[in-house]
Design a protein around this ligand. Sequence first.
Ligand SMILES: NC(=O)c1ccc[n+]([C@@H]2O[C@H](COP(=O)([O-])OP(=O)(O)OC[C@H]3O[C@@H](n4cnc5c(N)ncnc54)[C@H](OP(=O)(O)O)[C@@H]3O)[C@@H](O)[C@H]2O)c1
Length: 415
Amino acid sequence: MKAGNNKKRIGIFGFGCVAQGLYDIIQANPQYSLEVASICVKSRNKTRSLPETRFSYDPQQLLQDTTIDIFAELISDADEALAIVRQALKAGKTVVSANKKMVAENLPELVQLQQEFGGVLLYEAAVCGSIPVVRLLESYFAAEPLQEVRGVLNGSSNYILSKLHTEGISYPEALAEAQALGFAEADPILDVQGYDALNKLCIMAAHGFGQVVPPQKVLHFGIQHIQPEDIALAQAVGARIKLVASARHSASQMLSLQVLPTFVLPDDDLFVVDEEFNGVQLHGAYAGKQFFKGRGAGSHPTGSAVWADVAAALAGFRYSYAREARAAVDRQASLLQLYVRASDARLLARVPLQEVQSLSEGHRDVQLVGTISGAELFAHQERLEQAGAFVALLPAGLSHESLLAASAKRYQYFV
Ligand SMILES: NC(=O)c1ccc[n+]([C@@H]2O[C@H](COP(=O)([O-])OP(=O)(O)OC[C@H]3O[C@@H](n4cnc5c(N)ncnc54)[C@H](OP(=O)(O)O)[C@@H]3O)[C@@H](O)[C@H]2O)c1
């Protein structure tokens, strides 16, 4: 976006956390000559920080305003967001969005609409807030064969996990704090059950690996069933539990995708990603490993990503979606070393875990470690979730023996 007199007009949908961040940035940078034409919101009886005349309640008023050069879709309702973006793209317009659910679940249609009608859709803010990961995968690393992209992608669940580790507060208290600070989605299920990280992972897989995978086909567990004993066990072996999403070329040249709570050890880049921060580790065949850390949520950090997209789109940038898939998606997935805790031993007996070792003989909940294929875990995902089981991935560097030893040491105080 060049500074100058040639004013461009932006229509903003939504005036919540992200849209207000974008608005602040636009107002603080008049040299870029971007003028807010109008702001479309839903509720007529909210107290606003701007005069009533700045707002509209009818999306059509903005969508049909031919003086608007670019739209920012920043509303919390994914279905309504899709309707707005669809209409704008069918009119060949340029749109910037932060809505990962809308993008991940409808990517084939959104790509096709851009190709058919010539419009542009950018969505950097939808993945890891202020970390420019989509553009990095799409543009800078366009020619680099990637081996793995993994990260802590959800600021809200990371904030909750950080508080459980450092302050020992309860899960509901930590969730309430994350919501009060604006890190959690309007519906926190999206965050804590892993859907938000899953949607971001699918967007990264499209740009980094050329694979458009429907989120519902990807293995994912959330953090909603975590208990203090899970945190205590992780701490006893020097690990921190984090919700980690990964897309990886396996040894058999297949692409494995998953979102799992994970015991992260201090030698892992993701160990230092705390609070609402996000972290992304890229492993390129030639570039090697790189690590990016930044604010994944919040008004100004996310507004900054939207602002960067607005500038890029006005300068003529668009996603090429040119990366060719090098590998098929691995529905079997490789073997996973898991930690599982559940109150229902009969349920766990029906999950085909191999090499099972119990960590909790004689205690209320069953805690165990074992091995299972990603496909088997996927097949039992719903049952485990419904039964309130907490499932976490164990890294290669963490042996079952060290967990058994740490667990035995902890429990000797209780018997
Ligand atoms: N918060 C973050 O840190 C963050 C980070 C990355 C991405 N995002 C994404 O950014 C988007 C916005 O999130 P947010 O946190 O800013 O949400 P928010 O604070 O809950 O605000 C949502 C805004 O959307 C408006 N809205 C909802 N339904 C609408 C409709 N049908 N028509 C017009 N306006 C409507 C609301 O209007 P009223 O004001 O009238 O209620 C409100 O202004 C979401 O897709 C979210 O996933 C958020």
